[in-house]
Design a protein around this ligand. Structure first.
Ligand code: KG4
Ligand code: ZN
Length: 348
């Protein structure tokens, strides 16, 4: 099967062409520069920017894959969760294409696509579902932090999530306090490489509370107080690096400890991780080391597919269609608050 997928749930406009589990092309146009001026994503601007970028990005994906629109056998798009106006742009364009081409249309849950992205590997990337095994999955993005039990392919349920800020949001908000540009996650990652993670002691919220939930707003508050008590510290280059490394260590310690604990409790032999924060080098290193110590196999989403992209949407859509998933009607609408477990319940 050959399929075109679109993703417009937040601030990346993306299109990808998938054929029989292979990513033939993946085009992403990021709006980060536009939103950084405002210190975060502005929903109205995001929707307008998607409108402007969607067709050029789709044309790039089709050209890179050397295919014509008429060759598509199915169309997929992110249906939710996400910003309503942003979601609508990709979802309705995909419905119109499916209508014009008379091919099946499938709306995909954004986090479900992140959830299966660790099963994409290689260069060029391709799905590797033959290697699939039940796993404990950590999804860490700008808006969500979740632990999910994946019992079998396309069959999963949410164990816990953040009760306040998501891990990516925590990186971004703390970065803003320190004076780093939006999104601060990648910048904190870069500065931390030459910083001392033990320089400053920040709380690891809920690390040993025995639940699968997370909370990061207390960490943000403690950094705020720390900065109040140490004015001018971020202006000193090495101290800034130490501060970033210490903050990063607090976030990563919690994510790793909770993921490993849940995996051992569930007696699975595999851990997976996906979402924008999975690009973080300290998180990748520490998860690798912790899984090694506990004899757990680790599958991380490939670096290029951690942040939002249409390739993961297309790979999951194709897999679902192959498993007999019901098409999404052309009269259906976006679901900005779609819960992961509701998407799983509607799985074939
Ligand atoms: O999955 P994603 O692209 O978008 C959402 O669905 O939210 O994740 C974006 C988030 C942002 O908060 C960004 O700061 C964070 O991922 N991020 C990182 C890194 N790269 C992206 N956080 C820490 N270290 C990184 N290297
Ligand atoms: Zn995402």
């Amino acid at each position: 099967m050959i399929l075109l997928a679109l993703e417009t749930s937040c601030d990346e406009t993306s299109a990808a062409v998938i054929r029989n589990g292979r990513v033939l092309s993946s085009a992403v146009s990021s709006q980060i520069r536009l939103h950084s001026e405002y210190g975060g994503v502005v929903p109205e601007l995001a929707a307008r920017e998607h409108l402007r970028n969607l067709l050029p990005v789709t044309q790039t994906a089709l050209r890179d894959a050397r295919v014509k629109p008429g060759e598509m056998e199915a169309i997929a798009a992110t249906r939710g969760p996400g910003l309503p106006g942003a979601l609508m742009v990709g979802f309705q364009a995909a419905q119109a294409m499916a209508f014009a081409l008379r091919v099946p249309f499938l709306g995909i849950h954004h986090h479900e696509a992140h959830l299966y992205s660790p099963w994409i590997s290689g260069d060029p990337p391709a799905a590797d579902f033959a290697a699939f095994q039940p796993n404990l999955s950590l999804i860490v993005s700008g808006g969500h932090t979740m632990l999910v039990q994946v019992e079998s392919e396309l069959n999963h349920h949410l164990l816990g999530s953040t009760v306040d800020d998501a891990a990516g949001e925590c990186f971004d908000k703390i970065g803003k306090l320190i004076g780093l540009p939006y999104p601060a996650g990648p910048e904190i990652d870069r500065l931390s490489e030459h910083g001392d993670p033990k320089a400053y002691d920040f709380p690891r919220p809920m690390i040993h509370d025995g639940t699968d939930d997370f909370s990061f707003s207390g960490l943000k508050t403690s950094v705020r107080y720390f900065l109040r008590d140490h004015p001018g510290l971020p202006e000193e280059a090495q101290r800034l690096r130490d501060l970033c490394a210490s903050v990063q260590a607090a976030i990563v310690d919690v994510l790793v400890a909770k993921a490993i604990k849940a995996a051992l409790r569930l007696r699975v032999s595999c851990v997976t991780a996906s979402g924008g924060v999975t690009s973080n080098r300290a998180l990748r290193r520490q998860l690798t080391a912790a899984c090694g110590r506990s004899h757990l196999e680790l599958r991380l989403a490939p670096p290029g597919l951690c942040t939002d992209n249409a390739a993961m949407i297309g790979i999951l859509a194709e897999r679902k269609l192959a498993h007999g998933a019901k098409e999404t009607g052309l009269e259906e609408e976006v679901l900005p608050n779609w819960q992961l477990d509701q998407a799983a319940a509607s799985a074939p």
